[in-house]
Design a binder for this molecule. Structure first.
Ligand code: NAD
Length: 247
């Protein structure tokens, strides 16, 4: 049975991805720092191993990796999905907020991928990093979030180029807006309406629509795909100029 490691697996896109891997016959190591939510989510799921770990903390990541190594877990896929969103103008983004975003969204992916590199190489596994349309297009209020996600895109390319010779593929998924706790916390009704207007498919995506791309990229069907950045965004990234007056 193949094994996927999914971070931020307690809810949202990470939990949907976990369920799709299970449906496709994989086993999943579910990682999250929210222990009660993680244990709740894992309850009733077969073939999962929940591990509480904050991916932004080097010691916790090292311990988690040592546990997996000692258990002889082969790692066929690593989905770096854990992320946080803090939106605000440059003037009001203090260094603490900046670091809070960077340490999970960027440091976490670096630490997890580095800690599990040997097992990924041994299994010729796949890495899928979750960025965002905010890493592809700039907007107000996203100085920390957008910059962290743009860095995730470049980190993915670095991983693809360096780990390709070991048979490891690395790709990046950039979701458009999806109704999860993360989005509900930062999307006002006005922002929701504006997204519906600006997205060619005129709606938010679902957790399952993002998970489907993630699991595809980890599957043998994507065996020659690496170093790619794929927006799953209802066409938002394609809109370019996109002025309402041009419609
Ligand atoms: P969510 O807030 O619903 O779930 C995120 C999970 O990650 C939570 O369970 C949380 O406890 C966990 N987590 C956060 N920081 C962690 C850390 N340091 N260590 C371990 N676990 C941690 O979020 P979501 O909407 O499912 O988002 C998943 C990913 O998709 C994120 O990277 C997010 O930036 C990205 N994304 C989401 C949207 C959206 O609209 N929801 C859009 C674009 C990108």
């Amino acid at each position: 049975m193949k094994t996927a490691i999914v971070t931020g697996a307690a809810r949202g896109i990470g939990l949907a991805t976990t369920r799709q891997f299970l449906d496709q016959g994989w086993q999943v190591v579910m990682i999250d720092r929210d222990e009660p939510a993680l244990n709740d989510a894992a309850l009733g799921l077969m073939n999962v191993d929940p591990i509480t770990c904050d991916v932004s903390q080097p010691d916790q990541v090292a311990n988690m990796a040592a546990t997996l190594r000692s258990g002889g877990t082969s790692i066929d896929a690593l989905v770096n999905n854990a992320g946080v969103a803090e939106f605000g103008p440059i003037a009001e983004t203090d260094f603490e907020t900046w670091r809070k975003v960077m340490e999970t969204n960027l440091d976490g992916i670096f630490l997890m991928s580095q800690a599990l590199r040997e097992s990924l190489c041994a299994a010729q596994g796949a890495i899928v990093n979750i960025a965002s349309i905010s890493g592809l297009r700039a907007s107000t209020l996203r100085v920390a979030y957008g910059t962290s996600k743009a860095a995730v895109i470049q980190l993915t390319r670095q991983q693809a180029v360096e780990l390709g010779e070991f048979g490891v593929r690395a790709n990046c998924v950039c979701p458009g807006p999806v109704d999860t706790k993360l989005a509900l916390a930062v999307h006002t009704p006005e922002i929701r309406a504006a997204y519906h207007d600006a997205i060619p498919l005129n709606r938010y995506g679902t957790e399952d629509e993002i998970a489907a791309m993630i699991t595809f990229l980890c599957s043998p069907s994507a065996s020659y795909v690496t170093g790619q950045v794929i927006a799953v965004d209802g066409g938002f990234e394609a809109t370019g100029v996109g002025l309402p007056a041009l419609r």
